[in-house]
Design a protein around this ligand. Structure first.
Ligand code: FAD
Length: 456
């Protein structure tokens, strides 16, 4: 793309926006806005960062950038793991962190209207005062934003029962590349008047517009969960139990493999020595569901199956899953992958990932959402070991290839960003790629919005 830079860009933009808007040109501060949490993704050096405080400001910046063909990257909390929020050299980063107001909670219609920079957990805490819940629960919910969650269609542990972010979004106000604002979707529970543009925007990773407001669904607050933990000598038996456990309708069903268990035990021993795989299930309906789950686990050869409906026990029982990623992370650089396969193929995926670990002389722990097939193989290598880093990148791509061969997909929840563009190309087929490019041209004819991301 041929960017038409003008001299005095900063002065021009400040004139358009007025003195009230924070425009950052300090290189050190800019650097802190130039990348997300991905270890693999490259990033550029943006010219400016704008801390937008209103939809009007977003529109002004986009109109300004569109006229000059300057690339613009939207940023929530920068917790993404695929390079989606990584800056483009010579571009502008619009951070939505200051647009963090909960605008309305409508108890009768069970919806909330929020700005994009609202932190996921802050919204849930606020609606909990009304005994309501905002259900989508990415592990990053303490710091990731609703705008970022919408743009990546974030998942979490509750997906096995409650679905992904897309299932909880009713309407979005979107600022398009030329600054025009549209509303897609409808705060109503049902509306089939238009094509489903809402779900075109959800998961579009900032390539079609900038989300300036979101109406989300709220749900009656689920009951405190009963938790079951079942230990197995190996992955095969554990995975045989999964389809019957899923049929019980759990609100969570997670798996932690042997490599990850060892990393946890080395750090914070929880008593899992000699255990090959752990399954953790929760039900927010009744303790009876977990009792039945324990019987199923035992039928498939569980070494042990324990459950409790005491919330304090529950938090102890899920501890091993919460420690999975930090336990691997403390052993070196951790590349957290995110693939999704049919649940019938999880055993094959884990077996192949073990082979990939051996072939590449790497430590790869696997944990993830057994109930929906979304696995997080996490590759660990020593800091500063450039040879191991190359092998890790190779392993990262090989795992995606294996998932695709098994009928799975390159990303279940973290998004394509820049690091999985090639995998998306392989998975999608040329006509689907062309359709996506045509759609992109409608929303963003000059290609200024997050170029090089999401769409191959
Ligand atoms: C420890 C850890 C655990 C994680 N666990 C999970 C998990 O369980 N499930 C999961 O799905 N993800 C998880 N993630 C990944 C990440 O937190 C999610 O992708 C999250 O949705 C990103 O939100 P964010 O506000 O940080 O967005 P950012 O990282 O800032 O941006 C993500 C993408 O959204 C775009 N974007 C951001 N805001 C807007 C906007 N207002 N309008 C348009 N585009 C926008 C960006 O351009 C970028 O493409 C985890 C990350 C970490 C570090």
């Amino acid at each position: 793309m041929n960017y038409d830079y003008t001299m005095g860009l900063l002065e021009d933009l400040r004139e358009v926006l007025g003195a009230q808007t924070s425009v950052i040109d300090d290189p050190e501060i800019i650097a802190s806005y130039s990348r997300d949490q991905s270890q693999l993704a490259t990033h550029g050096n943006p010219l400016l960062v704008v801390l937008a405080k209103s939809e009007l400001e977003i529109g002004k910046v986009l109109r300004f950038a569109n006229n000059r063909r300057i690339p613009v990257v939207a940023r929530g909390a920068g917790s993404g793991l695929s390079g989606g929020a990584n800056a483009v050299t010579g571009g502008i980063v619009i951070s939505l962190e200051k647009m963090n107001r909960i605008l309305e909670i409508d108890e009768v219609n069970q919806i909330a209207r929020v700005e994009p920079g609202v932190i996921n957990l802050d919204l849930d805490k606020e609606v909990s005062k009304l005994n309501l819940s905002y259900l989508p629960d990415p592990a990053s919910r303490e710091w990731s934003t609703i705008g970022g969650n919408v743009a990546t269609n974030a998942g979490g542990m509750c997906c096995v029962k409650y679905g992904v972010t897309a299932n909880h979004v009713r309407a979005i106000r979107l600022v398009m590349a030329d600054g025009e604002v549209i509303t897609v979707g409808n705060p109503l529970k049902k509306s089939v008047t238009n094509l489903d543009l809402l779900h075109l925007i959800v998961g579009s990773e900032g390539t079609l517009g900038i989300v300036s407001e979101v109406v989300v669904s709220l749900a009656p607050r689920p009951k405190p969960a009963t938790t079951l933990i079942a230990t197995f000598s190996g992955i095969d038996a554990a995975m045989k139990a999964v389809p019957e456990l899923v049929a019980l309708g759990p609100s969570m069903l997670e798996v932690v493999d042997e490599t990850t268990l060892r990393a946890v035990e080395e750090w914070k021993p929880l008593g899992f020595e000699g255990v090959g795989t752990v399954l953790i299930m929760q039900s927010d309906e009744s303790a009876d569901v977990c009792a039945r789950g324990a019987t199923i686990a035992e039928k498939y050869g569980a070494l042990d199956a324990t459950y409790s409906d005491d919330p304090r026990d529950s938090s102890d029982l899920i501890q091993v899953r919460k420690l999975a990623y930090p336990a691997l992370e403390r052993k070196g650089v951790a590349l957290l992958d995110d693939v999704c396969v049919p649940i019938s193929q999880i055993t094959k995926l884990i077996t192949r990932v073990r082979e990939i670990a051996e072939e590449n002389e790497l430590l790869i722990g696997i944990f993830g959402h057994a109930g929906d097939g979304n696995m997080h193989p996490t590759i660990v290598y020593d800091h500063g070991d450039t040879e191991a880093e190359k092998r890790a990148q190779h392993a990262f791509n090989s795992i995606i290839g294996v998932a695709q061969e098994l009928g799975g997909t390159a990303s279940g929840e973290h998004g394509i960003g820049s690091i999985k563009i090639e995998a998306a190309r392989i998975e999608s087929g040329s006509r689907i790629i062309e359709i996506q490019r045509e759609i992109k041209r409608i929303f963003d004819p000059n290609g200024i919005l997050n170029p090089g991301k999401k769409i191959p």
